[in-house]
Write a protein that binds this ligand. Sequence first.
Ligand code: CA
Length: 377
Amino acid sequence: MNDFFVSVSDHLPRLNKSHKVFDVNEELPDQWTYPKPYPYPYPYPYPYPYPYPFLVNGCNHQPGRCRLVPGIDVGSEDIQVLPNGLAFITSGLGPKRPGKILLFNFRKPWRGVRALDIIGDIDRVAFSPHGLNIWRDTNRNLIYLFVINHNGYTKETVEKFRFDEKTRKLYLLRTFTDDPTFVHINDLAVTGEDSFYFTNEYKSQPIMEFKRGLPLGNVAFYDGTKGHIILTDLFFPNGIASSPDGKFVYLALMGEKRLNVYARRANNKLKLKQVIPLCSLVDNIDVDVATGDLRVAGHGDPEMLMKYLTPPHTSISPSQVFRLTTGDGGSRVTDVEEVYYNDGRQFSGSTVAVRYRRLMLIGSVHTNMLLCFIRDA
Ligand SMILES: [Ca+2]
């Protein structure tokens, strides 16, 4: 029972791990600079004067030098990376923005991002991509991308694409739609060719439900034909992910500021194994397929998050990233470390963090995307 709770609030001094405060204007080493100089301090307007009278925030820390990736100004809500370093990004969440799926190559970060062409019958103007997950068929060497689509906030669907690595195009294969369990989907964890777990974040009125603390969210499983509600009465469930072997499921409960670990049963029901409190409104979860470790991004302040989420998205909001070390085949979390915190002046609205070798990308709900060099990887 002792290890049921691992709290990030409990921490001990770590030898050889100092959180050096970097000047956010400091440049990355030459090999990481971009062809075009990127504007600093910040590429979007901020409320001035800043509400707190400080220049250096003692809470801020980062794993190494960081800078914003050019070419993104309408968000990077979810990111997932292939073993070859190609990362997919959903950008343009919101009812009035045509969304896109972007590609970033961790091996050539100076190239920034490019939008992927989508081939197939899809309304590109109403496309509102949110959570995404990759499913790899290693036998046939095929890569599938499953993407939540709000369709201009008129209808919830899940789009299944095949990614052609040669042409760098996405081919729409199937649209999962018209299922009563599709309410307001935030994220999904693919478990097979046509099956996935997904989170319904809220029921109908997000601001009212959040302010009143109403647990009207749920987790469901789509079996290829229809959805089944698996977990109910959840307060803003957000990110969901599977362990590399698919035996465990991780769920970020944003409203409850915690991450739950579940064992997946043969009938796809989930059995709670562990609860990890995190001092954050936790968002998406990325599973490092090599180590099984998790990276969880979150929002540090609900009030500031609400302001940031309100168009035109010019207010700032604190960003956080945690690394959760897993043990026993991903069945439990053994350690938690906060690897990034920023009061919002460098980076706001963090939703996801993905590591590839010594680099980490951090995505945001509505604004930009940050690339950090990991000094102590
Ligand atoms: Ca999310």
